[in-house]
Design a protein. Sequence first.
Lengths: 301, 279
Amino acid sequence: MSVIAGRREAGVGLRSGPQVRRREGVARLMHLLFLLVTSFAVIILGVLLVSILNDGLQGIDWSFITSRASRRPERAGLITALFGTLWIMALTALIAIPIGIGAAIYLEEYAPRNWWTKVLQTNIANLAGVPSVVYGLLGLGVFANTLGLGRTVITGALTMSLLVLPIIIIASQEAIRAVPLSLREAALALGGTPWQTARSHVLPAAMPGILTGTILALSRAIGETAPLLVAGASLYLTFNPGGIDSNYTVLPIQIYNWTSEAKQEFKDLAASGIVVLLAVLIAMNTVAIVLRQRFSRQARW
Amino acid sequence: MATQTAGPVHVAAPTRSARPTEFTQSEPIVQVRDLNVHYGAFHAVAGVSFDVPKNSITALIGPSGCGKSTVLRSINRMNDLIPNCRVDGQILYHQVDVNARKVDPVEVRRRVGMVFQKPNPFPKSIRDNILWGAKINGFKGNADELVERSLRQAALWDEVKDKLKENGLALSGGQQQRLCIARTIAINPDVILMDEPASALDPISTLKIEDLMRELERQYTIIIVTHNMQQAARVSDQTVFFSLNEKRQGVLIEASPTAELFTHPRDQRTEDYITGRFG
């Protein structure tokens, strides 16, 4: 302590000099810039939400939720599309999440680092960038026609699964890769098999990241219209899908349908539909976030 | 099972008495024969041979990058995890080559445990840290008793007995390392490899680990990599000195009883290193 005090007495200046001031100026500028960029995204989102809620909220009542499609706007509702979306999303999650996480585990924990793995990896990355309508065509060709599944819920869910799989795989791989090697070494050095190591240590540690990627992927899927239209979703349906072999429609298609109607009343219905779609999306994300919190509480290193 | 080791194949973690006791003082438990390790095109370790006697502490010393850790990790096949790593030559554990085709690395590692440089407890409770390895190896006995015995052996019990449910990562660095040792002891290995186990610790924790090693030597065979020559001199029975040859390959210079190596080194390079005139 005395040394520092002595220095101060000796007059060693600790006030910023011109060079330090310049650097700190730049630092403050960057701080401001990043704050601005973040605010920009949040503000846009806020404006969007307010405008949608403004247009759509008053149109939402119990009968809107529970009514089926109709030619008369005052009687039209979206229960059919809501059911369709829930069916498609639930099945997509059921199909895509296990396959996606499994593929990620294989690629990160088992696959030899060779030419073939690299080809596989590059292809998965490319698939994540393929326009969604192409998946629709694939779904129509393979699931609906070749496999004879027709224009049904299962065709839609399989098509959606293909669409989200690359995103889930890549996000899960990132999460698995972020688990420190030392954790794997610890488990293997105790005589753990690769699978015991992955299941007991790597996966729990990677789970928060995997869930985040899955949320993003499913959030993308819930808003998709094009692939399902192409793969055979119905534009106008007056009954609720009753199983995986039913015809179906989904919320975005219903919304799109309403916006293309001439009457203003239908356009208002579209706004209300968007609010419902957002609500479903938020509900889905909330579940995933709660799950993620639970996992990240126990996995920390 | 894939191995034909001389020791019994335990399913449950056995007690001390179940371990093989019939051995002579000089019986080697691990024999390294003309070990060569390549990382891709890089020849990291060239022609290393030495024996590790049972119930002794062998210290591997030498300058950075001379392949000590590589040699150590070859013994329980941890180098399998490193892509492009190729291990040639023989590492005999109870006369069985651990790299033989029929040998399962999982079987090797449950007999040859390892403690790493950086403490790496699982992000789980202290209790679960001890029990995980035992459970996957088929332990069916009294869990509480195993936890207490392992922690006592690792000289950690008194410090943690009231917080066994707490996360292992909440402990101090030195305690974490002793937890890692306790976890290794819990699966009752034959050999314990330690890769600079005290290098990330303060002097008091280091001394505790060294005392612990002395204690463990009675039951286990320990091979330790250390940068700290005093540590090697303090704890080990045998010291193996590695250095780099003119092709920058890690080579064994001298393997002698520790007292001999530090007082009458046979090789000039050993003498230069231990007296600090290296490089």
